[in-house]
Design a protein around this ligand. Structure first.
Ligand code: AMP
Ligand code: ZN
Length: 117
């Protein structure tokens, strides 16, 4: 079976095969600026271990997914957007997912309407 990480866009970004504007990195998590920002702050936070989406996640992935959200909260704090920001996981093409490596969108710095489209 072919290794999904070989061609995965976000795995390639993590390996620095494709450039990105890094915001944060630790042993488990990588965060970078979205190339097509939908808000003044639009950062993507990804686990360093590849899995396609939330549907693939298992109980053992809970800590890693939690870490991604905590990194988003840390970035939001640093950027002083804590009055209101949003963390979003698009799950599946029907919800707009276009890159199949789980990622948390951190959006903020403007008013965010509800419900989302
Ligand atoms: P989604 O549609 O939820 O799968 O989100 C994928 C996100 O990745 C979109 O917001 C894209 O703008 C973003 N994106 C695609 N290619 C790149 C790239 N090379 N560097 C940074 N962000 C990217
Ligand atoms: Zn990947």
């Amino acid at each position: 079976m072919t290794d999904p990480t070989t061609s995965c866009l976000f795995c390639r970004i993590m390996r620095h095969e494709i450039p990105s504007r890094r915001v944060y990195e630790d042993e488990h998590v990588y965060a970078f600026e979205d190339i097509d920002p939908k808000a003044p702050t639009h950062v993507l936070v990804i686990p360093k271990r590849h899995f396609a989406d939330l549907k693939e996640a298992e109980a053992g992935d809970a800590e890693l997914i939690g870490r991604c959200h905590l990194v988003a909260a840390k970035i939001a704090r640093e950027r002083k957007i804590e009055n209101g920001y949003r963390t979003v996981l698009n799950v599946g093409p029907g919800a707009g997912q276009s890159v199949f490596h789980l990622h948390v969108h951190l959006l903020g710095g403007r008013h965010l309407s509800w419900p989302p489209g």
